[in-house]
Design a protein. Structure first.
Length: 417
């Protein structure tokens, strides 16, 4: 269960002139003025790429050919950051504003409806389109990163999760509707999400993805410590919920904004500025400096080391990445290693959370005859594998005993064809 070595595991970007600021109200198909300054490559990679290969978003990709639907509320103070909802559709058309319209007008929320990022678009390109659109607005209007929420429907929900889970500094929460997303593997990103992000999962009572959302994703994320809540819309299937549900969701997300703001005071690198975006070098340095500062406090050493590991892996070509690797190597050679207690606890927490989510999904979340029934044996098998690690590590521990019970329940399901 012990990690053998932390080190070997796995200049400001210029703005683009955009002319007159956007007008208040709704505007369809706003053209993007230039490439996003946000690190879109990290969404689908373990590294931030200085020179992304053309195949990642397509050799013919042109940011200026992208567009988005925009609602901008009336603003008395043009310098004051405002909240924003970024919506990713399952189709190439922008969607979502009709259901958010009254809420955005009443609460003074900007809305970005992304175009050209439907389910038929490869995920890396979808992420780039989303961030091209978001950053185009950020160049013109300051946005409150603590109250900028990204969401989407079905396949759009999965992209929304991917973007927010990779770049939590730009978002206060995620609103996945009738779809979920994969958690990042990097410990430091999981830590940052629990410190900052809220996830509002929405599904229909008869949605074919309900089991995944309600039993797998929600169970897993809650047990990781990620602030998560599920809304099950009565008499709905794989469809958008009504506006009143989104009003409840937004209130729940906003309720957590003070926690995000308080954390950002302690960890400034956890929150993006209202209208800027750091260069690769500045981003790496900010996270390196923050991580290095944590090493002086015993209770924060493990998190600091995991963040250093993240910097080394994400920017191996930069000075901060190399400095992080050097510091990790130094700590790995120390005789006294007090952080290993937290390391082991964090590993166990992650395994238990994933195992519980998969177990709940395999036993309660896949109705007989559903399109996912053929996947049940593999899902149960993966849960057994995870529980087996805990049983082998310490069969008399609470996690080991829980694992033994689950294995007995899951084994018959894993054998079904």
């Amino acid at each position: 269960m012990r990690r053998v070595a932390f080190a070997l595991l796995a200049l400001t970007v210029p703005s683009v002139a955009t002319g007159a600021p956007p007008k208040a109200g709704f505007t369809s198909a706003v053209p993007v003025s230039g490439p996003t300054r946000i690190d879109w490559t990290f969404v689908s990679n373990t590294q931030s790429l200085a020179e992304p290969p053309a195949k990642l978003s397509g050799a013919d990709y042109d940011s200026k050919k992208q567009s988005y639907d925009l609602f901008l509320p009336e603003r008395k103070d043009a310098k004051k950051p405002i909240p924003c909802i970024v919506w990713v559709s399952a189709t190439d058309d922008a969607a979502g504003f009709k259901v958010f319209e009254k809420l955005c007008k009443d609460k003074g929320i900007a809305f970005v409806g992304v175009r050209g990022a439907g389910n038929g678009v490869p995920p890396p390109k979808r992420a780039r389109v989303v961030l091209d659109c978001l950053d185009d607005l950020r160049r013109q209007v300051p946005l409150d990163a603590d109250r900028t929420y990204i969401g989407g429907f079905s396949g759009g929900a999965r992209i929304a999760c991917a973007v927010a889970f990779a770049l939590p500094e730009y978002f206060g929460g995620v609103i996945p509707v009738c779809g979920g997303g994969e958690m990042r593997a990097e410990p430091w990103l999981r830590h940052r999400l629990t410190e900052r992000t809220s996830v509002a999962l929405i599904t229909g009572e008869d949605d074919f993805n309900r089991g995944e959302i309600e039993h797998w994703r929600a169970t897993y994320w809650k047990d990781l410590g990620l602030r998560t809540r599920v809304w099950v819309e009565p008499e709905h299937g794989h469809t958008m919920p009504p506006a009143k549900t989104f009003a409840e969701v937004l209130k729940w997300l906003d309720d957590d904004a003070p926690r995000r703001a308080a954390f950002a005071k302690k960890a400034p690198a956890s929150r993006a500025t209202p209208d800027g975006a750091k260069s690769r070098a500045d981003d790496a340095k900010a996270l390196f400096d923050e991580a290095k500062a944590q090493l002086s406090a015993k209770e924060l050493q493990f998190r600091g080391l995991m963040q250093l590991k993240g910097v080394a892996a994400r920017w191996p070509d930069l000075a901060s990445g190399k400095a992080a690797l050097k510091l990790l190597t130094e700590y790995d050679g120390k005789t006294e290693r007090p952080w290993e207690v937290d390391d082991l606890a964090d590993q166990i927490r992650g395994i238990v959370a994933e195992a519980r989510g998969l177990s709940a999904y395999a036993t309660k979340g896949i109705p007989a005859g559903s399109q996912y029934e053929k996947q049940r044996p593999a899902i149960a098998g993966r849960a057994i594998e995870l529980w087996g690690v805990l049983v082998k590590n310490d069969p008399q521990s609470a996690e080991g005993k829980e694992g033994a019970k689950w294995i007995a329940t899951l084994e018959p399901l894993a054998k079904k064809k």
